[in-house]
Design a protein around this ligand. Structure first.
Ligand code: CIR
Length: 254
């Protein structure tokens, strides 16, 4: 079981975070902060020690720490994010990970890699090739993690899917959620909880053991997870969603 969640506060500039579409209502930063606090409380209630890094107002997306490092097999691969505006986010996260005693490796330009494109399930590390993660980034991921016993499987993402984990997420070591835009073939051998197309945002869940944090308001997904033997823990994410954020993106779980 994981023990620690590294998170980062929502900056006061959060209303300027990257977003594929302009939201119907502007981001309410105070509410985003309240939702982030709810997230940290949920992680703590599931038994994790939660660390929170200071926000950096110069980086409106800095609370989405998942994209800045991939941690597995005792190594943190600090990324070179695909979005230029996010590249300055990695320093404080790398420093915090180094303080935790994790071995640090790095992705260097021209390679790009976002942690949201990386999903470890058992001994397999799936990686989406996306607008944010390029072939050199995937090659670097394989170079770092394959010698440490992880099989790296690349998946071409359909246009419009920001990150691999927008459409799937781990449910332990042999199961995942899975939403329609993704092919099924690369995940053969895993149990899939198929998320209905109208609820595809809710594919991004955060499982800690059998308890699974799900975005609030996605009743069918919660029901499907419960039927599959998990305990859904709904959490409000409306303001984070306006910046294309969901649940896994707010932490690095160690
Ligand atoms: C971005 O576009 O980079 C942020 N606004 C959202 C990042 C979400 N990250 C994630 O799902 N891992």
């Amino acid at each position: 079981m994981p023990e620690l969640a590294l998170t980062r506060h929502v900056p006061s500039s959060f209303a300027h975070a990257l977003a594929a579409a302009v939201p119907d209502a502007p981001i309410d930063v105070a509410q985003a902060r309240a939702q982030h606090a709810g997230y940290r409380a949920a992680l703590a209630s599931l038994g994790l020690e939660v660390r929170v890094l200071d926000a950096d107002d110069a980086h409106p997306d800095c609370c989405f720490v998942e994209d800045t490092a991939v941690v597995a097999a005792g190594v943190a691969l600090v990324t070179h994010p695909g979005a230029p505006s996010r590249r300055g986010e990695v320093g404080p996260v790398a420093a915090a990970l180094a303080e935790l005693g994790v071995t640090i490796a790095r992705v260097e330009a021209p390679a790009t890699l976002d942690g949201g494109d990386c999903m470890r399930v058992g001994s397999t590390l799936y990686v989406g090739r996306s607008a944010r993660t390029n072939a050199a980034g995937i090659a670097r991921l394989a170079e770092v993690f394959e010698p440490r016993g992880l099989r790296v499987v690349a998946i071409e993402l359909p246009p419009g899917v920001l990150h691999l984990k927008c459409a799937c997420a781990p449910l332990g070591d042999d199961a995942i959620t899975h939403a329609v835009p993704l092919p099924r073939e690369p995940f053969r051998g895993l149990s899939l909880v198929a998320i209905p197309e109208v609820e595809s945002y809710a594919a991004n869940v955060l499982a800690i053991g059998r308890r699974v944090i799900v975005p609030a308001g996605f009743a069918r997904t919660a029901d499907l997870l419960a039927r599959a033997g998990y305990e859904p823990v709904p959490l409000a994410t409306t303001e984070l969603r306006k910046a294309d954020g969901a649940l896994t993106c707010l932490s690095i779980i160690i």
